[in-house]
Design a binder for this molecule. Structure first.
Ligand SMILES: C[S@@+](CC[C@H](N)C(=O)[O-])C[C@H]1O[C@@H](n2cnc3c(N)ncnc32)[C@H](O)[C@@H]1O
Ligand code: SF4
Length: 335
């Protein structure tokens, strides 16, 4: 379900192997700009901040130039040594560890992670005084461990335990019961299945199913639903690992693992810019110039117009339309 690979199998053929270095951050976020920001969230679209060489140095740079900045990181936690985690605890506000099961179970979704290393990271980070949250994505294979994981979170000293009801079981607007996990060389290795307990299912799915009862298809819905832009609401932007600026991580999903109309629509908008993707490069342009430029001000906003369905951005309908399966991931209850 992560676009880094094709459903867990072969690597995403379109994904550039890149990372941002400290020098990139110094160019992209000069101290004067940093002083005006409220929060930095390191949450990979296609990766994990753990794997970038300069993550710690970058966090220290941000902290040094804005002592009030909230710095948050979301990670699978399976990597780096205790020294890294203790240092990180001194500079960041919160680390959210995404741990989807106890022991071996975690690896069913978090493939090739090590439970031992995740626990070492958690312990080192908490022992150094860091604030941590635990995000637990519920599947059929781990739903029986939720209560035990919550108890462990409390015992270890996590500040919060969040049950998360994935919206990624949606295939063309229809909740799929199961999702194949592929082998790199082809063929299905096993399936990820939705939890059977209603409390752990995404309540937005019920709403989407009711579209059909009203005679509306998912694509009708995407082209007509009222958009309430979360990037505008939260005053946020997204910077990709390639250094490009987008309103949000969803519009930053331009490197599709399988051919996807959503990514295609966004790339077509970028192609309308005289300099293409370069126009969004924060190493070459100031943030304010990118935001005041045609991508943010015209091309994305055009994608919300209900009177021109051809120009709509389906990613916006999907993420910020009236049926909000994204926000419902953290909400209990099946209706
Ligand atoms: C793409 S991940 C990157 C962060 C980090 N590498 C990780 O794996 O948690 C960004 C967010 O998506 C979440 N996520 C990953 N798989 C998901 C799924 N199947 N459904 C819902 N959220 C998911 C992660 O837990 C994280 O909060
Ligand atoms: S998906 Fe579209 S509407 Fe939603 S936050 Fe991103 S730009 Fe805004």
């Amino acid at each position: 379900m992560c676009p880094r690979t094709r459903a867990g199998g072969a690597p995403n053929p379109n994904l550039p192997l890149v990372e941002l270095r400290l020098t990139d951050f110094q160019t992209m976020f000069p101290p004067e700009l940093l002083g005006r920001l409220k929060q930095f969230l390191f949450c990979g679209n296609y990766g994990d901040a753990l794997t970038a060489r300069d993550t710690l140095a970058i966090c220290e740079y941000l902290r040094a130039h804005n002592p009030k900045l909230k710095i948050k990181l979301v990670t699978n936690g399976s990597g780096r040594d205790a020294a890294f985690w203790s240092q990180l605890a001194k500079v960041v506000t919160t680390v959210t560890f995404a741990i989807d099961g106890l022991g071996e179970t975690n690896q069913i979704y978090r493939r090739r992670t090590s439970w031992k290393r995740v626990m070492e990271s958690v312990r080192a980070y908490l022992a150094a005084g860091g604030r941590a949250e635990w995000d637990f994505l519920v599947f059929r294979h781990n739903q029986h461990q939720v209560a035990e994981a919550e108890a462990l979170a409390q015992e270890l000293g996590f500040a919060k335990f969040n049950v998360k009801r994935s919206q990624r079981f949606l295939v063309e607007g229809q909740p799929a019961e199961r999702f194949p996990v592929l082998r790199a060389q082809g063929g299905i290795e096993y399936y990820l299945e939705q939890p059977t307990l209603p409390d752990y299912q995404n309540s937005g799915f019920v709403k989407l199913s009711s579209l059909h009862k009203r005679g509306q298809s998912y694509s009708d819905y995407l082209s007509s639903t009222r958009i309430s832009c979360k990037a505008v609401r939260d005053e946020q932007i997204y910077v990709s690992a390639t250094g490009h600026v987008f309103p949000c991580c969803w519009l930053g999903q331009i490197y599709d693992s399988w051919p996807s109309p959503m990514a295609q629509e966004i790339r077509a908008r970028i192609a309308e810019l005289a300099d293409g993707l370069d126009a969004l490069d924060l190493r070459r342009h100031r943030l304010s110039d990118i935001i005041d430029g045609p991508f943010f001000q015209e091309l994305v906003v055009r994608g919300w117009n209900p009177d021109a369905p051809q120009g709509r951005l389906s990613a916006c309908g999907r993420m910020c339309g009236e049926i909000d399966t994204h926000s419902r991931q953290w909400e209990a209850g099946s209706v």
